[in-house]
Design a protein around this ligand. Structure first.
Ligand SMILES: *Cc1c(COP(=O)(O)O)cnc(C)c1O
Length: 421
């Protein structure tokens, strides 16, 4: 079920009308639904009931502390990709034995922080990183539990900017070399190899790429074990797609995904880690924005809103489709006409949709950009000196501002004039 529905003609998040939140916090703002977060997490976790599995929510999808904590209360761990995210995960109360750290460019400083925190696993993506980590672990007198991230060289058939498992991508160790590197890791001081990790991309809409990658993992595990090496864990990454409303094809469900995992890898006697991000939070959030002007161009109608690409970059960056609906329910049978919904930023790419059939709109109306819970607020910037917008978490009939709106003065306060000016 979807927790963003019209109630008495007013689009609501659970039992709170978005127009009431807009009145309170101004626009634009992100609103998240606790019930949706919990339901999506539970769905995913339940799908893997039959396996020894830990679900480490991928913090980069939506890194708000209250969002993380909501999931932690349901049993989530965290997948982090920077020292900043590690700090967030710890601040949100994620148990250290459920934190994994991925990423191609972890600095010495970040690796040391991860070791000192005592997290469950560091997913190492190169031999260079392995050597650095070994040196740092020895310095600290600690042991690093390491999974080697393998690049399985499969095409995830998703947007080029979020494909991560092809040979040409920067991620992971070539699968043909993983065997050799794993052997080397076993002999490095301060390193304890515990298994393999893989993450082939995001917004995957089919099972075949997962299957292809996991078959390679299976072969690798067999090879390593044949050499007498220990493989206790497999980290299978994230990447499961969500419906954004632009495709008639249904998205694969966590249950279908779990079937593939069980079929290909279920008998290996390993424990599993999953790193879902988008599938947990994507449809748990909307970005609410207000129409500033409706401008009749020579050839098109532009609906200019107060949100922009700096608040939600997905359409500009990935040509992503987002469903956009009026917050006040249109009258039944209301005429629609095509319009482009655009933000005020000085870039043509600042376009949320083109030629979308929309009910009549006028300045002051509110719109909700749906499926904005993942890679929305977490990718926002202050381009055009537009302060970050608030994030609001709804829970039943209650809501709380879980990140306040920044003010322009907050931004200016970060800057200093040099002596010579
Ligand atoms: C981004 C990322 C994820 C999460 O991907 P989703 O598509 O949001 O599920 C998981 N693991 C790693 C290593 C990532 O970089």
């Amino acid at each position: 079920m979807d927790h963003f529905q019209y109630q008495n003609g007013r689009l609501s998040a659970e039992d709170v009308a978005l127009a009431d939140i807009a009145e309170d916090v101004g626009t634009p703002f992100y609103a998240y639904s606790t019930a949706t977060l919990e339901r999506h997490f539970q769905n995913f976790a339940d799908a893997f009931d039959g396996l020894d599995a830990t679900v480490c929510y991928s913090v980069k999808a939506n890194s708000n502390l209250a969002v993380i904590r909501t999931l932690v209360n349901r049993g989530a761990g965290a997948d982090v990709v920077s020292g900043g995210e590690l700090k967030r995960a710890l601040a949100a109360g994620v148990p250290v034995d459920k934190i994994v750290f991925s990423g191609v460019g972890k600095t010495d400083h970040e690796l040391a922080d991860a070791l000192r925190a005592g997290i469950a696993q560091i997913n190492v993506e190169s031999e260079e990183e392995l050597e650095s980590l070994s040196a740092i672990a020895q310095d600290l007198g600690l042991e690093a539990k390491v999974a080697l991230r393998v690049n399985p060289d499969v095409d995830a058939n998703t947007h080029a900017k979020i494909t991560t498992g092809k040979g040409e991508n920067k991620f992971g160790i070539e699968w043909t070399r993983a065997h050799e590197v794993y052997g080397k890791a076993t002999n490095l001081p301060g390193i304890r190899p515990v298994g393999l990790a893989v993450h082939i991309g995001s917004q995957l809409s089919e099972m075949q790429p997962f299957r292809d990658a996991y078959v390679r993992m299976r072969d690798l595990v067999a090879m390593l074990r044949a050499d007498g090496l220990t493989v206790e864990r497999l980290d299978l990454g994230g990447g499961l797609g969500i419906p954004y409303g632009d495709s008639a094809e249904p998205m694969p469900t966590p249950a279908e995904y779990a079937d593939v995992v069980t079929e290909v890898l279920g008998d290996l006697g390993v424990s599993f880690t999953f790193e879902p991000g988008r599938v947990i939070v994507g449809n748990a959030g909307v970005l609410v924005t207000r129409v500033v002007y409706v401008k009749e161009g020579a050839t098109r109608r532009f609906v200019i809103v107060d949100a922009a690409m700096n608040d939600l970059v997905r359409p500009a960056m990935y040509d992503a489709f987002h469903e956009i609906v009026p917050v006040a329910e249109p009258a039944e049978g209301a005429q629609t006409s095509p319009a482009d919904i655009v933000g005020p930023v000085c870039e043509t790419g600042d376009t949320f949709c083109k030629d979308r059939a929309l009910a009549p709109l006028q300045a002051g109306d509110l719109l909700a950009i749906r499926s904005a819970g993942a890679y929305g607020a977490s990718m926002a910037s202050t381009y055009n000196t537009r302060p970050l917008v608030p994030e609001v978490l709804v829970n039943g009939g209650e809501y709380a501002v879980v990140r306040r709106r920044l003010e322009v003065d907050d931004l200016l306060d970060l800057e200093r004039q040099p002596d010579w000016l």
